[in-house]
Design a protein around this ligand. Structure first.
Ligand code: ZN
Length: 218
């Protein structure tokens, strides 16, 4: 069975889920290309229409080098804070898979950074050429489709912010935890309907609240 974030599978069919639009594409032994989706190096699956364009070479080069330098930190299972760090990582659901996948890459990080710094593009779209050449040389799949550099990913670049990241930001801003907020809301309201009615009456603008759809960036 294949193991991918945003990917569910059983013995007869498989599906990819766009983390931006929630679109689901299903089929027998479906691959990302057939589904019309990409997966970035940080595990974000999204529809082709959201792939960022006009990315400067300097951006993809810097992001990719930074990503390589983080291998030892991200995949160091001997780190006592490993589990804590993992909970803040979009790869956490497939921990063992990714540790195995990048185990060999830990020693190659310096070599990859050297390659990035010395890279000289020769073609038209320099950033795309860099991305294809990098995945071909160092990628585990040798495929841009499965290893899109973060510079091209709308989620990594904050063009789309996932609800969980909005939630984390809001909680950090107001100095609350999810658990204590849940207890407070359970104590204040008797039903979901009461909670939603209260939100509508206290929100700055009702339109904004009503139009919020899970997973969607307006
Ligand atoms: Zn991403």
């Amino acid at each position: 069975m294949k193991t991918r974030l945003g990917f569910v599978s059983n013995s007869s069919s498989s599906s990819f889920i766009c983390l931006i639009s929630d679109e689901v594409v299903s089929g027998m032994d479906l691959e990302l290309e057939e589904a019309g989706m990409y997966e970035c190096i940080n595990g974000h699956v999204f529809s082709e229409q959201y792939l960022l364009e006009d990315v400067p070479l300097s951006r993809v080069r810097d992001d990719t080098a930074a990503w390589c330098r983080r291998y030892p930190e991200r995949f160091n299972v001997d780190d006592p804070d490993f589990e804590t760090k993992l909970r803040n990582d979009d790869h956490r659901d497939h921990r063992q898979y990714y540790i195995k996948r990048y185990a060999g890459a830990l020693v190659d990080a310096a070599e990859q950074v050297d390659w990035i710094e010395q890279y000289n593009p020769t073609d038209g779209d320099e950033a795309l050429q860099f991305a294809h050449d990098f995945t071909e040389k160092f990628g585990k799949y040798s495929s841009f489709r499965y290893e899109v550099p973060s510079a091209f990913c709308p989620i990594c670049r904050l063009v789309h912010i996932q609800d969980k990241d909005l939630m984390r930001s809001l909680l950090a801003t107001v100095g609350r935890t999810r658990a204590d907020l849940v207890v407070e809301l359970q104590g204040k309201f008797g039903s979901l309907n009461e909670l939603r009615t209260s939100v509508l009456t206290t929100a700055k603008t009702n339109t904004e609240v009503i139009n919020i759809t899970l997973g969607e960036t307006p």
